[in-house]
Structure formats: structure tokens, C-alpha cells
Design a protein around this ligand. Structure first.
Ligand SMILES: Cc1cc2nc3c(=O)[nH]c(=O)nc-3n(C[C@H](O)[C@H](O)[C@H](O)COP(=O)(O)O)c2cc1C
Length: 250
């Protein structure tokens, strides 16, 4: 069993490829969140994996909530793969303190957090996607052999990022106030459908955000007319589309 959470497609892409290499079933955590349900794992479950993005050097809140509700057979091998633009700080170590893991990997993928950072230049994004894909067969065989591996790129000042910056980000930066749409909004409702935490409702044909928002940027990057921005922070930064970096044969 392989559970994934993904806002802009990176973690989903990794999860689906890994599942095809290991023969495991990949399930979207978002579907369980939207249905307000938690899956029951069969007692004989041999391994359980989780793929999700890092958000400000820790695990996105909906993933933490899902993990806290999941009952995993004691004998199951547990692993996590965290996708990141650069590094994950102590995010996975912190998670493993209350959610023990037998193995963990981080995989760099194109950055998606445009309110504070720029998108990666296309050549770098392409390189990250190709390198990620090359890593997967090795990770899949480690998973199949239930190896105890910890290959996590923590980056510089990892403790500070996870234990100091993350709480500041969570409490002071995740705000819905600056989300806006311009007059190119066509009221298609795609933002509402794609939001993994149901934080958007169309009111009089226009998206409105609620406090469930986790700043994942699925709405901004998935808008077909690029009508959504986050104040001045996202001005001129463009949209990220994973499809630009993968081809159909993969
Ligand atoms: C709110 C937010 C916070 C992020 N924080 C980090 C971070 O701390 N370190 C990092 O390397 N990348 C960070 N990123 C980049 C994502 O982790 C990365 O692009 C990931 O692959 C996105 O996965 P997804 O497309 O499955 O949602 C952040 C992205 C978002 C939206």
C-alpha cells in the first residue's frame, strides 16, 4: 500500500511510478480527506509507504492528521518519501519521532512555492525531474527488500528550519488574505475541484478561500487562465506544470 498527498503533481508522479515498480497500490490521501474517511489496512499488510511534499521543512498538516488516524499492523515495514524543491530540514526526523519509519528518502523536484520563491528555471526543473526518475528503481528495490535506509537531504541549518521557521510559517505566513483573482477568471471551478483540502468555494462565480488553506498553490498553478495570484508575491512568476517536464511515454 502506498499513500500519497500531492498539490501540484510532483508527489503523485513519484508515487505512481514507485507503485508500478513495487507492484503496490497507490491511493490518494486527498480522497480520504475529502470523504472524511480513513482506510483500514488488512492485518497481513507487509509494507506501507507515504509520499508527500515538504511544506516549510515539515510535513503538511493534512498528512500529519491522516497518519495520526491510520492503524498500521505492527509487523509492516513503513517508509516515507518526501519531495522537496531543495531540502527537507529535520522534517522527516521530526515525523519519525512520533510516527516511526523504517526508511526515508527525499527527492528533489521543481519548486512550487511562488509566494516567497521563484519557480526553478526550466533547465533546472527538467534536470530535477530526470534525476528523480533515475532514483526510483533503486528506491523501489530497497522498499521491496524492506531495507533500513535514511537518505534524506536535510540542507543547512536543518534544526532551525524545522523547529523555528516552520512554526513561524504555519502561524504567520499561511494566510488567505492575499489570494485574488483578476478579470481573466472564467469561473470554471477548477480551483475548487483541485484544492486538496476543500479550502475554495465559488461564490457568485468567483473563488473564495477559507482557513483550511495550506498554501499548497494547487489553485494558482492549476488555473487555466492564470487568474489567481497571491498579492504582489507571485507577480510575474508564472505557473508550474509538471507536464512540461515529462513525456507521455513515461
Ligand atoms: C507551502 C509550501 C512550502 C514548501 N516548503 C518547502 C521547503 O521547506 N523546502 C523545499 O525544499 N521545498 C519546499 N516546497 C516545495 C515543494 O516541497 C516541492 O515543490 C514539492 O515537490 C511539491 O509537491 P507536490 O507537487 O506534490 O505538491 C514548498 C512548497 C509549498 C507549496
Amino acid at each position: 500500500m502506498l499513500f500519497y498527498f500531492s498539490a501540484t503533481g510532483n508527489s503523485q508522479w513519484i508515487a505512481l511510478q514507485l507503485a508500478s515498480l513495487t507492484g503496490d497500490e497507490a491511493c490518494s490521501i486527498t480522497d480520504f480527506i475529502k470523504n472524511k474517511s480513513v482506510p483500514a489496512l488488512p492485518t497481513g499488510t507487509a509494507r506501507v509507504g507515504f509520499v508527500f511534499p515538504i511544506h516549510s521543512w515539515y510535513v503538511p498538516a493534512p498528512v500529519l492528521q491522516f497518519l495520526s488516524q491510520l492503524a498500521i499492523p505492527a509487523s509492516a515495514y513503513r517508509y516515507a518519501i518526501c519531495t522537496c524543491g531543495d531540502d527537507v530540514g529535520k522534517g522527516l526526523s521530526r515525523l519519525s519521532r512520533h510516527f516511526p519509519l523504517d526508511a526515508a528518502w527525499s527527492i528533489q523536484m521543481p519548486n512550487t512555492y511562488v509566494p516567497m520563491f521563484k519557480l526553478d528555471p526550466p533547465a533546472l526543473a527538467q534536470q530535477k525531474v530526470e534525476t528523480a526518475q533515475q532514483q526510483l528503481p533503486r528506491i523501489a528495490s530497497a522498499v521491496k527488500r524492506k531495507e533500513h535506509v535514511w537518505e534524506v537531504h536535510e540542507g543547512s541549518w536543518p534544526w532551525c528550519k524545522t523547529y523555528v521557521v516552520y512554526p513561524l510559517f504555519k502561524n504567520f505566513c499561511i494566510s488567505i488574505k492575499a489570494f485574488q483573482t483578476d478579470d481573466t477568471c472564467i469561473s470554471c471551478g477548477r480551483c475548487e475541484q483541485h484544492c486538496p483540502v476543500s479550502a475554495i468555494r465559488l461564490v457568485n462565480g468567483h473563488p473564495t478561500w477559507n482557513n483550511a488553506c495550506i498554501h499548497c498553490m494547487a489553485c494558482l498553478h492549476g488555473c487555466p487562465t492564470h487568474a489567481i495570484c497571491y498579492g504582489k508575491g507571485t507577480k510575474g512568476k508564472g505557473q508550474y506544470h509538471l507536464e512540461d517536464y515529462i513525456n507521455d511515454e513515461r
